[in-house]
Design a binder for this molecule. Structure first.
Ligand code: NAD
Ligand code: TYD
Length: 363
């Protein structure tokens, strides 16, 4: 029975990945979830699986060497999937050091603990051990031309403290492969969207604000481009890389779905109008007049776009969900999970929101 150690499994992508693994493999696997439960980690995301015998949650900070090593001592871990990170660019601009701590030091602690548990006396590793490090396309920097793409060979050129910390963690993984023949693999994925995403990121923030009749803050001219992938397709890509990817390699994951931010906002408004019942009181709130152009993000990357040629040709992975389908599923999920939204947007998040957007001027 394969044992996965998923870090950051209470966050957006990690929780979707855990649901995906249980749906695909059922009782044939064990999942250990190590998560510090920061503002972005929500145990509610895992309610449906928390009583499974083959699931165990550890409230652990990945920077805590002792606690992480203890998990490896207690369990024969086959595969680490390292999602745990600080993930929001705007927060990284305000507090870079937290990003360095979790994303860089935390990854180093995870690598060390896995190596200590796995490496044999002859410097080799038992068959089948894998350390999959989940990274982002933002490490490649910003594209200018509309037909440029990020390949695995594109040099790293991060601009935000977030992407710089993720780039550093990627280099650490590579250094372990090169120095210790460590069984590490890196995936670099484009922007994800789907259920359980914290409403500080573009898509859930716009859905939540539109439902509440709050302004929709578009940064700069709204023409920055992101390449959007439905989160379940990302989970399938990671699964494909764990099972068939080559050690020491990087795999870009993305589905050629590049859109300007303002286009996304219009699609969300149109889809909300389509899905909300005529007499649902929230329908009245949904209006194009909520769109508000605000001061641009500092160092705002203009365009991201992934070339997924390698994962397609080597592993046969393709995105299965079109954007039209994925955005409908996502919006339906947020409409049906108002309680979840209320819970995550109460308390601390309200204070953060005021601080972040109170300071952003309309332009
Ligand atoms: P998220 O912010 O929703 O979740 C992060 C999770 O990590 C949370 O559960 C949080 O509690 C946990 N965490 C944070 N610091 C921790 C620490 N010190 N120790 C243990 N747990 C800690 O993030 P996400 O959007 O799910 O992203 C997951 C990973 O995927 C990140 O590594 C991110 O860089 C990468 N990624 C994200 C996207 C995206 O569009 N969201 C795209 C590509 C790659
Ligand atoms: P985000 O979801 O934060 O992801 P990332 O910065 O990691 O790509 O932002 C996606 C895009 O949307 C990015 O170009 C910034 C923009 N954006 C806004 O215009 N308004 C917002 O309120 C947010 C959160 C993002």
């Amino acid at each position: 029975m394969k044992t996965y150690l998923v870090t950051g499994g209470a966050g957006f992508i990690g929780s979707n990945f855990i649901h995906f693994l249980f749906e695909k493999y059922g009782d044939d696997i064990r999942i250990l979830n190590a998560d510090a439960l920061t503002y972005a980690g929500n145990p509610e995301n895992l309610r449906a699986v928390e009583n499974r015998e083959n699931y165990r949650f550890y409230k652990v900070d990945i920077c805590d060497t002792e606690a992480v090593s203890e998990i490896f001592r207690e369990n024969d871990v086959d595969c680490v999937v390292n999602f745990a990170a600080e993930s929001h660019v705007d927060r990284s601009i305000d507090h870079p050091e937290i990003f360095v701590r979790t994303n860089v030091l935390g990854t180093a602690v995870m690598l060390n603990a896995a190596r200590a548990a796995w490496e044999k006396e002859d410097g080799k590793y038992p068959e089948g051990k894998r350390f999959l490090h989940v990274s982002t396309d933002e490490v490649y920097g910003s594209l200018s031309g509309s037909d440029d793409y990020f390949y695995e060979t594109t040099p790293y050129d991060p601009h935000s403290p977030y992407s710089a910390s993720k780039a550093s963690s990627d280099f650490l993984v590579k250094s372990y492969v090169d120095t210790y023949q460590f069984p590490g693999i890196i995936t670099n994925c484009s922007n994800n969207y789907g259920p359980y995403q914290f409403p500080e990121k573009l898509i859930p923030l716009m859905i939540n604000n539109a439902l509440n009749g709050k302004s929709l803050p578009v940064y700069g001219d709204g023409k920055n481009v992101r390449d959007w992938l439905y989160v379940e397709d990302h989970a399938k890509g990671i699964d494909a890389v764990i099972n068939g990817g080559r050690i020491g390699e990087k795999y870009n994951i993305g589905g050629h779905n590049e859109r300007e931010n303002v286009e996304i906002v219009h699609i969300i408004l149109d889809t909300l109008r389509e899905l909300l019942d005529e007499n649902d009181p929230r329908r009245e709130n949904v209006s194009d007049s909520l769109i508000t152009y605000v001061t641009d993000r500092k160092g705002h990357d203009r365009r991201y776009a992934i070339a997924p040629d390698k994962i397609r040709s080597e592993l046969g992975w393709e995105p299965e969900t079109t954007f039209e389908e994925g955005i409908r599923k996502t919006i339906r999920w947020y409409l049906n999970n108002e309680e979840w939204l209320k819970n995550v947007t109460s308390g601390e998040y309200q204070k953060y929101y005021e601080k972040m957007y109170g300071a952003k001027k309309e332009s």
